[in-house]
Design a protein around this ligand. Structure first.
Ligand SMILES: [Zn+2]
Length: 627
């Protein structure tokens, strides 16, 4: 079977919840109530006064959310401010110089819905939940400022407006469909001041009540909500939580406009969203984000259609402008490459692999080799055509992002067919991801695999050189040259990985936190593979995944085991939680519904170095209670 698709996890806001259950759950370890005796107020206070790890002092306050499950980072707005552009739409620009990986905002959702991992609640689910929860006036007011998908009437107006010659009428129509509110933003919102968001939490705060109708709310959610199949997997591991699928509305993110080569990324931990710059920005530069989900990895026509549908105007980003200059023939080649990689090729790969058990292995190998050659030839053809038209490699890469699926498939096939992935193919994927999905979980994951691949190959090479020590000088020289080449690509891979890491998580101290997040990520993907394998094997065996953590300076080994019954038969509805801030109180509505059981993993915790298991588990509970 195909390796679990951890590669392209980009999510269109309106993307329906995926039917297939994703295959992994992290362990959730809850401290037992009363474990360790004293659990009173005094005991907790004492715990809080414990000295922090040396690296913790270097951690910027909001980043504590990566490792403290109960930490609630306050809302924060960095050097950015909203701006209304000439076409009437609202966006966000850098208010001063911003460096790459800088924290731009820490945001809380206006509405948030959690579902099972791998299948987040749909836009419809969120729509129903928000209507049922009765929006407070302040929430409704803020929502009314956020981008909406044009109404069908406005969209119809667009097509007819192209025939009108009256520029004033055109502008009016454009304004209507771009922004149904077309009103001045309150000054406090223009500066994204915490005071403004505070009003949301404290009730109306002087804001006039504004009714948001059902249809309007739906159009707003289609253009302004954010959904992922799981919260940040690394932070979830470090926080001892399960990453769940979620959907929500974060106003700061909703205000950003789309670009197909965006310069910001988000990481969602629990309900908190941290927005980071993924490039250096001069004052006044617009901060952009991918609002098209996986369509961002499609060629120009598909992106324009999606952007037009969501925002009522075409995308005018640098990548789109560049791609628009392609000769028609090249554009068609790119389109064909994307179409094959998005449909026919994966189907053929799947069919060949599924049929492998019944048919002659040689026949399967032949089918796969044939497919691989076809993919490689088509990629090469488009590459060559582009090189003729665009001399600059960066420009070529920007256009090639539209055929990312082909590059992704090419390296996945290499991984399926060969023992180890083709690192050059993998490096191509990283180069493309850093253009259209910089700082995304896919970018980080792919950069990590590349980094690990290059590192392990370099280690193998050192071994080979040592073994060759007594061989001929010519052989040694050849190896030395190869070593130099490896060192260069190793440096490039390390840099690419470090960049992906900082674009996703911000600038963190290298001690303590980064290794924990890395370990969490590795653990998460190990879990994905184990569960994927368990699914493939009909869950006859219960796989175990071991991870080593350091909690309060004590090395701890956590063993996760997979429980099969749950994802074999998912129920109709998941366990969902709705949080609405209304009337000064955070109203929590917990809907524990029958059906889906997501307790796939059980965690057995044992302290390193052996000892009685029960004692070790109890000690672990105490440790967790403290942390
Ligand atoms: Zn674009």
């Amino acid at each position: 079977m195909l390796p679990c698709s951890g590669h392209l996890l980009l999510h269109a806001p309106s993307r329906p919840a995926r039917a297939a259950r994703l295959c992994c759950q992290a362990a959730k370890i809850k401290p037992k109530k009363g474990a360790g005796g004293k659990k009173g107020f005094g005991a907790e206070k004492q715990q809080k006064q414990e000295p922090a790890e040396p690296w913790e002092e270097e951690v910027l306050a909001p980043y504590k959310v990566y490792y403290k499950p109960n930490f609630k980072p306050p809302r924060y707005t960095g050097p950015i401010e909203p701006k209304r552009f000439k076409d009437g739409s609202i966006g966000v620009v850098a208010a001063e110089e911003v460096t790459g990986a800088e924290l731009l905002s820490v945001s809380q959702p206006l509405a948030f819905l959690e579902g099972a991992m791998g299948s987040p609640p749909s836009v419809e689910d969120l729509h129903v939940a928000m209507l049922e929860a009765e929006l407070g006036p302040a929430v409704a007011k803020i929502l009314s400022y956020l981008p909406h998908k044009p109404s069908p009437a406005a969209a119809a107006g667009t097509s007819s407006s192209s025939s009108t010659d009256d520029p004033q009428q055109q502008q009016q129509q454009q304004q209507q469909q771009v922004d149904p509110t077309a009103q001045e933003l309150p000054p406090s919102m223009m500066h994204l001041q915490p005071a403004f968001w505070g009003q949301v939490q404290q009730g109306a705060g002087g804001l006039a009540a504004k009714k948001v109708g059902s249809k309007q709310l739906m159009r707003l959610l289609q253009a302004s909500c954010w959904s992922e199949e799981f919260q940040d997997p690394a932070a979830a591991q470090v926080r001892h939580e399960r990453p769940q699928g979620f959907i929500g509305v974060w106003p700061e993110l909703a205000l950003l406009r789309h670009s197909c080569a965006p310069n910001s990324s988000v990481v969602v931990v629990g309900k908190h969203m941290l927005l980071h710059a993924t490039a250096d920005l001069d004052p006044g530069t617009e901060v952009t984000f991918n609002k098209l989900g996986s369509v961002i990895a499609a060629p120009l026509a598909a992106r324009q259609a999606a952007h037009e549908e969501l925002f009522g105007r075409p995308c005018r980003c640098s990548r789109c402008s560049l791609e628009a200059t392609l000769p028609q023939e090249t554009a068609q080649q790119l389109q064909a490459l994307h179409a094959a990689a998005d449909g026919e090729w994966p189907q053929r790969l799947q069919a060949a692999l599924e049929g492998a058990e019944e048919t002659d292995p040689e026949e399967t190998a032949e089918l796969l080799a044939e497919l691989q050659a076809e993919v490689a030839a088509d990629i090469e053809e488009v590459d060559a055509a582009l090189a003729q038209h665009l001399p600059d490699r960066e420009d070529q890469l920007a256009v090639l992002c539209g055929a990312y699926a082909a590059y992704d498939l090419a390296w996945q096939m290499e991984e399926v067919l060969a023992e180890e992935p083709d690192l050059d193919k993998l490096a191509n994927c990283v180069a493309l991801l850093r253009i259209f999905a910089r700082g995304s979980e896919s970018h980080l994951y792919t950069a990590l695999i590349l980094h690990q691949g290059v590192t392990s190959r370099a280690e193998a090479m050192v071994g080979a050189v040592q073994a060759m020590a007594r061989k001929t000088q010519a052989r040694q020289r050849r190896l030395a040259a190869e070593m130099q080449r490896m060192a260069a690509s190793g440096e490039a891979a390390s840099y690419a990985y470090a960049e992906a890491l900082s674009c996703r998580y911000g600038m963190l101290p290298q001690e303590g936190l980064v290794p924990q997040l890395e370990q969490g990520l590795a653990m998460f993907y190990a879990g994905l593979s184990a569960l994927s394998a368990a699914q493939g094997e009909g869950l006859d065996e219960v796989p175990e995944v071991t991870r080593n953590l350091t909690i309060d300076g004590i090395p701890v080994t956590v063993v996760d085991t997979v429980e099969g019954s749950a994802f074999a038969q998912p129920g109709e509805e998941g366990s969902q939680e709705v949080v609405q801030r209304k009337g000064g109180k955070q109203q929590q509505q917990q809907q524990q519904q029958r059906g889906l059981r997501v307790d796939w993993l059980e965690a057995d915790v044992v302290e390193e170095g052996g000892g009685e298991e029960a004692d070790a588990a109890e000690q672990q509970q105490q440790l967790l209670a403290r942390s």
